[in-house]
Write a protein that binds this ligand. Structure first.
Ligand SMILES: Cc1ncc(COP(=O)(O)O)c(C=O)c1O
Length: 459
């Protein structure tokens, strides 16, 4: 028999109480971070280096990282499941990455000419993802920007289809309907395109046609309505900026068929999923090959490197010079050295077997606590990534995700933090990342904290 449990007003009152208590503990542990934040406020906008570092109750300033752990400036030690927003699947200061980068740094770090490591990295990515040709860039934003430009260049059409609630970086074309509020989103059968930030021109917003995840019917109607206007569709094959929302069986294959039938391109944004949900990302895991594939984050071994892979036909647009895929730091030798070490020495079959082992422990531990305390939650985890989603039933798109009360994930985050586990600070939107250097002790600490949180809320 299944027990249907959902959030009660008593839960919310208890969460408010616990959040206040845990934030007091958190701030009491972070006096030096507080002092740095005050100083930083005078020279850094908002006191941080990216708006996503602004966190409640305050940003935590880091001193260093080693293996699976990071250390804050107040001497706090954490099991790191934040992983620098999913970039650190190799873990911190991995000896192979340290050796590769140290060797490279002593021989010069930038020439704007190719180095041999770039070939090794491209060959490794071709093998993993089944895409024959590659180019490099420096961030996920640049990779998805190239993907959108390529789709427009090849088809000569202006619009792209983008999934509601998906984040693909901060360039104009994709800063649309990233985290729109319920009063802005419009009908589910034809979602409204909503600018995600100030400074996005209305003309760009109109060029992004919004569709719900996991819904082929709505997509087909949109493609019919926009016939002749759409260059391609960009999506994360597993949504990873709304917790973790996996594709339903047949969804990706259906997308592949629909996009072919409508003569539009399909680009997978595997910036988060790429090297983490499996050795060949979601592309290999689900067996659906896009025309263009974007990577960043964990492919760089901790340095800012990104990649765009494509079919021979797509990449001919670059080789021929019709589309200018350029950048001073593209294929930067330091980034390529780190990526080579990450791909060929760290993210090996052993690492993926470790991810599987540790994920099973995390999922089983959380599920047991959820059952015991009848929490309105479930766990979604794939490869090295996972999240507790505070909904009693599976979430299949952004609109369902929007209904989840943020207090659950914030309170959970505080319990983990005060208990020595660093999760990404953006609550329900983010996921954990396990690295190739995490151990059973590390994930046991996470499960213990989760148990303590569950008992405190429902106890
Ligand atoms: C799916 C996805 N695509 C693209 C990006 C942008 O990457 P970057 O922050 O390296 O520009 C992100 C960043 O979080 C992301 O999650």
């Amino acid at each position: 028999m299944t027990v249907e449990v959902s959030t009660t007003s008593r839960d919310l009152a208890r969460l408010d109480e616990l959040i206040a208590e845990q934030e007091r503990i958190f701030l009491g542990r972070q006096p030096r971070s507080r002092a740095l934040l005050e100083r930083a406020g005078r020279s850094l906008a908002g006191g941080v280096t990216s708006n996503w570092q602004i966190a409640r109750p305050q940003a935590v300033w880091i001193s260093h990282g080693r293996g699976s752990r990071i250390f804050d400036v107040d001497g706090g030690e954490y099991v790191d499941l934040h992983g620098g927003y999913g970039a650190m699947a190799v873990g911190h200061a991995h000896p192979a990455v340290v050796a590769a980068v140290s060797e490279r740094v002593a021989r010069g770090t930038h020439f704007a000419q190719p180095t041999e490591d770039a070939i090794v990295v491209a060959e490794d990515l071709a093998r993993r993802f089944g895409m024959p040709q590659w180019r490099f860039a420096n961030s996920g934003t640049e990779a998805t920007m190239d993907a959108v430009h390529l789709m427009r260049a090849i088809t000569g059409r202006p619009k792209i289809v983008k999934v509601e609630g998906a984040y693909h970086g901060h360039h104009d074309s994709v800063q649309v309907s990233v985290y729109p509020s319920p009063d802005e989103i419009g009908p589910a059968t034809r979602p409204t395109s909503v600018p995600a930030s100030a400074g996005i021109p209305a003309a760009m917003v109109e060029l992004a046609v919004i569709t719900p995840f996991n819904n082929l019917q709505v997509l087909e109607a949109i493609l019919e309505a926009e016939r002749g206007q759409i260059a391609g569709m960009l999506l994360e094959p597993v949504m990873m900026n709304a917790g973790v929302i996996p594709p339903e069986p047949g969804y990706l294959a259906g997308l592949r068929e629909l996009t072919r039938r409508h003569g539009i391109l399909l680009a997978f944004d595997e910036v988060k999923t790429g090297l983490t949900v499996g050795p060949g990302g979601a592309t290999a895991r689900y067996g659906v090959r896009p025309d263009i594939l974007c990577l960043a984050k964990s492919m760089g071994g901790g340095l800012s490197t990104a990649a765009i892979g494509g079919t021979a036909e797509v990449m001919e647009e670059i080789s021929s010079g019709r589309y200018e895929q350029v950048g001073t730091f593209n294929g930067n030798p330091l980034g390529m050295a780190a990526a080579r070490a990450a791909l060929t020495e760290v993210l090996t079959d052993d690492a993926y077997a470790r991810f599987d082992r540790l994920r099973e422990l995390m999922v089983a531990g959380c599920e047991a606590a959820i059952r015991e305390h009848e929490l309105p939650a479930h766990v979604v985890a794939i490869g090295a990534k996972g999240a507790v989603t505070f909904s009693p039933t599976p979430v299949r798109d952004f609109r369902e995700f929007l209904g989840i009360d943020d207090r659950w994930s914030h309170c959970h985050w505080l319990f983990q933090h005060n208990g020595g586990v660093f999760l990404p600070p953006w609550g329900k939107a983010e996921q954990w990342l396990v690295s190739a250097q995490h151990t059973e002790d590390d994930v046991n600490r996470f499960v213990d904290n989760f148990r303590a949180f569950a008992a405190a809320v429902r106890g």
